[in-house]
Design a protein around this ligand. Structure first.
Ligand code: GTP
Length: 364
């Protein structure tokens, strides 16, 4: 089956993590987000995938190549300027000659795509929209359907009183190719605000596909952390890279872990890490590949990306430390801090709760 994944957005809400990498490449348990997504698609027979790129396309192309290492066929189309979610799909129209899926490239879900396709065909829908329940619908696109699931109304970011339901557009669609004729070429056009209202107006059958499957978009740092937490605590199940090396501990490839280091799960450690004496790692935590954790350091509930180096006696608590970072001896990084790629923190520094540090090359 065919799919388009939209991976052209700037991911502004996920900064500073996305200052210099696309949102779809941020690591989730030491693998790019998009790799998890492609694996899930492949498990449902979706193996002919077009990636609609715009912002920072090179990193995605050089990691995934033609897709053969990941068991899928990948085609890349780069927009000269952001075309919006539907405009981006129109832009890849030449690859879409059969019923196809569209995915926002920041959704992590367990949704049964095969069952969604069966429902789409049974209903004779032009578009089927996956729907997911949320506690607070006011920040999303909310959907009202009739008893048979046919879409009646689509309300973007309603107030609490106006919200017709708590079912929101989950950023996953099945689309018939002839629907694309309603999207003007080379224009900014979105599914939510332009295409769906237009289809409702002309009476095309749009159906909702409600599901309680696990669903999260990694649009914000809070949700990025929550996804890690849910994966590590097995609220949602995926295999971890590496071998089990103790209760709740996974270690990938060659690592040099001092016998006096104390590791408490759930924790995943990437390959080629050095963990010195007296280090304590408390889960749920992730340490990326090629990290060096200095003597007597503490990592508690933190997500550390690849190739980061901590000096001696450093303490990280519930924070996100991106790639290529250096933190000097005895420095402390408190809860909710986010450090972008290549940040350097000297010795004896204390970053207070919620501090965000931009990559050096992105500071004005
Ligand atoms: P924010 O700037 O934080 O809102 O993130 P975003 O730019 O990723 O926007 P949003 O979360 O609304 O986008 C949802 C999905 O659509 C993401 O996977 C984006 O990469 C993708 N997307 C958004 N706009 C475009 C676009 O103009 N072109 C393409 N190809 N993809 C887009």
């Amino acid at each position: 089956m065919k799919a388009v994944i939209l991976v052209g957005g700037e991911g502004t809400r996920l900064r500073p993590l996305t200052c210099n990498i696309p949102k779809s490449m941020v690591p989730i348990i030491n693998r790019p987000f998009l790799e998890h997504m492609i694996n899930h698609l492949k498990s449902h027979g979706i193996d002919d995938i077009t990636l609609a790129l715009c912002h920072l396309p090179d990193q995605i192309q050089s990691y995934f190549g033609d897709g053969s290492d990941f068991g899928v066929k990948l085609t890349y189309v780069i927009e000269d300027y952001p075309m919006g979610t539907a405009g981006a799909v129109k832009n890849v129209e030449q690859h879409l000659d059969e019923t196809f899926f569209v995915f926002n490239g920041d959704i992590f879900t367990d949704l049964d795509f095969s069952a969604m396709m069966r429902s789409h065909r049974q209903m004779g829908a032009k578009v089927t929209i996956a729907l997911t329940p949320v506690e607070d619908p006011t920040i999303y696109g909310v959907v009202e359907t009739d008893a048979g699931g046919r879409l009646l109304r689509f309300v973007e970011k309603p107030s609490r009183d106006e919200a017709p339901s708590n079912m929101i557009n989950a950023g996953t669609y099945i689309v018939e190719p002839d629907v694309l004729s309603h999207i003007p070429p080379r224009c900014f056009f979105t599914f939510e605000r332009e295409l769906f209202p237009l289809l409702l107006n002309i009476g095309d059958p749009i159906y909702g596909y409600p599901s309680n499957a696990y669903w999260i978009d990694i649009g914000t740092t809070e949700k990025y952390q929550k996804l890690h937490h849910d994966l590590l605590t097995r609220r949602v199940s995926r295999g971890f890279p590496g071998q089990r090396a103790g209760e709740g501990i996974w270690v990938e490839g060659d690592c040099d872990i001092h016998p006096s280091a104390q590791l408490k799960g759930p924790t995943v450690i990437g390959g080629n890490c050095v963990i010195d004496s007296g280090v304590q790692v408390k889960g749920p935590s992730v340490i990326g590949q090629g990290c060096h954790i200095g003597k007597d350091s503490l990592i508690e509930g933190a997500i550390v990306w690849h190739n980061t180096r901590l000096g001696q006696g450093v303490a990280l608590r519930n924070c996100i430390i991106a790639e290529g970072i250096f933190i000097g001896d005895r420095s402390r990084v408190a809860e909710g801090c986010i450090l972008g790629n290549n940040v350097v923190i000297g010795c004896d520094q204390s970053l207070t709760q919620g501090t965000r540090v931009w990559p050096p090359e992105n500071r004005r």
